[in-house]
Each structure stands twice: as structure tokens, then as C-alpha cells.
Design a protein around this ligand. Sequence first.
Ligand SMILES: NC(=O)c1ccc[n+]([C@@H]2O[C@H](COP(=O)([O-])OP(=O)(O)OC[C@H]3O[C@@H](n4cnc5c(N)ncnc54)[C@H](OP(=O)(O)O)[C@@H]3O)[C@@H](O)[C@H]2O)c1
Length: 320
Amino acid sequence: MRAVIQDAYGVLEEVLRLGEVEKPTVGDGEVLVHVQAAAVSGSDWHLLRGLPYAARPVVGVRRPRNRVPGLELAGTVEAVGKGVTTIQIGDEVFGWCDGAFCEYVSVSEAHVTVKPANLSPEQAAAVPIAGFTALQAVRDRGRVRAGQKVLVIGASGCVGTYAVQLAKHYGAEVTAVCSAGKAAMVRELGADHVLDYAAGPLTASGFDVVLDIYGNSSLRTIKRLLKPGGTVVLVGGTGGSWLMGTDKWIRGMLAAPFLGIKVRPLVHKDRLDDLVLLRELIEAGKLTPVLDRTYPLTEAATAIEDVRQGRVRGHAVVTP
Ligand SMILES: NC(=O)c1ccc[n+]([C@@H]2O[C@H](COP(=O)([O-])OP(=O)(O)OC[C@H]3O[C@@H](n4cnc5c(N)ncnc54)[C@H](OP(=O)(O)O)[C@@H]3O)[C@@H](O)[C@H]2O)c1
């Protein structure tokens, strides 16, 4: 079967190629999915380069442990393994996996569920990881409640587009930070106010919760944005190749008592019960994926580069 293959870390054009790999067989407890769409996110770019270096023991020290990139998918179940009870042949599913940029994936039944009835496979593929991250940032780490003022930094990207909608769902007044060109889209998602990050330093204040999704704000800036005792959820990071800003997470937690704020880093968890909740919110019309573009498998590298360069509103997917 056709797959995007990565045998080394490096620059995009040099390390990705389209090739043939063996079609997987379905193991016990697994389902074989004919992939219709696989989402592209900022994480794909990081994994291509093997960054941050601190993650190499997990993702592969010299070369990627998983030769086929792609972490989330939607497609049709073609076979089910022994012991599978929740999924049937022919089901249209969505979920997470290793190696989605190919035609078939064999994945644990605990990693997929029936896709939202009102979404295309392309839209459904864009839900899992960004959806988990936004949900866990808003509900679990930010503990956003009705009437609170929430600032979402990086509101127009994969995670941010869900975070804006979820913060509104939990009853917050939402201020979104993104580029001017994407302001209208973020307003349509429900943001009450939109700030352009290129217009100068963020001078607003009085927020109960800041969701720092882009990750470039200093702790001093975050303290100024928050009410005393407010909460910042650290989601993304910018910075050097070793830690890519996660050192700020440690500094933030150590400094929190002195700054008089709560600092809560997020490492999202892939959870089936959260995927089911996201499906329910989508089917109830309370959450909508923002899908900008689809690319054929042959253009996976272009898709990753377009996401990296901010040329995409919300999500891009490849369609094997
Ligand atoms: N902690 C976790 O578990 C977890 C999970 C998933 C992702 N992440 C991380 O979360 C971050 C965001 O991921 P994503 O997939 O949402 O990325 P993305 O789709 O590339 O979105 C990036 C967002 O940041 C905005 N942005 C760009 N430059 C900015 C600036 N100078 N100031 C403020 N905002 C700026 C972009 O706005 P424009 O597009 O309008 O320019 C866009 O809204 C990444 O660092 C990713 O690795 C963390």
C-alpha cells in the first residue's frame, strides 16, 4: 500500500518520500481502518525534525521510531480482530494512531470510535488531538466557569479554534489572539473580542484564565494579563531545540507562588471518553472543526509546511 515514509530526521523536502509498505494485518483487539483522511498539525513538523531533542528517547534517538507520520485519522473499518466488541466492519470511525499518512492502519479499538454523523471524514480527522488538547486545557487545567474572562493566545490554529468554542461552551467571555487576517473566522467561532498579536505587546488585563497555546508570552506578561490568583494553562512552547519552551513550564511552576498566579502546564492525554464527548458536542452543534484545506498523500510535505508557516486557518488534512 502507498504511504508517506520518513527514515531520518531533517528538513521537510529531504526526509519525506512516498513509497510502498506492507498492508497491516489486524491483530487481536484491533480494527483495520481504510484511511480516508489524516490530520496535519504542528506536531508533525516537530516530529519530522526530531524536536525537541529532549523528546528523542520517546520518538526515536537517531531516526523516527514510527516510519510513517500522521497521528490522527478518519476512515472506514475494513476488518476487526478477535475480541473487538465496540466496532463493526463498515463503521466510519475517527481517532488516533501511529502512522496515519497511508492507505490502511491497524489500530486498537480503544483508540477509535464512530465519527460524528454530521461531519465528513476530512472534518472528523481534524478533531482528536487538537480537540483533546483544547478540552483538557479549558475544562481540566483552566477549570473555566460561566462568567469568567478567558484569553486564548493562538486562537486561530488547530488547538485554538476548539479552545475558543469550548471556552464559550463553558460560559466564558472570550478574547482571542491571532493574526488580523484570521480575526473574522475567530469571531465566527464565538470570540467576543479579538486582538492582533502583530499590533504590539498585549496590554489587556483582568483575565481569570489565560490559555497560552502559542507559547511565546513571558511569565511577566502572563502575570500582567491575569487577575491576582488567576490561572495560566501552558499548552505550546517556542524556544530552543532542546526543550522548545518547556523550561518555561518548570520556571513558571516554581515562580507561581511568588507571582501570585496558578501556573498549570498541559500534556494532553489521548482519551476515548473525551473523544466521545467531543463527538456529542459536535453532533449537538456546539463544536465545529475548522477545516481549511485537503491535500493528496503526494503533497503531505506541502501540507506540513503550510501549517508550519501559518498559511492554514484551523486544520489541514491529507486524503490517502
Ligand atoms: N501540550 C499539549 O499537549 C499540546 C498538544 C497539541 C499541541 N501542542 C502545542 O500547541 C502549540 C499550538 O499548536 P497548534 O497545532 O494549534 O498550532 P497552529 O495550528 O500552528 O496554531 C498556532 C497559533 O498561534 C498563533 N500565533 C502565531 N504567531 C503568534 C504570535 N507571535 N503571538 C501569538 N499567537 C501567534 C497563530 O495565529 P495565526 O495563524 O493567525 O498567525 C495560530 O493561532 C504548538 O506549540 C504545539 O506543539 C501542545
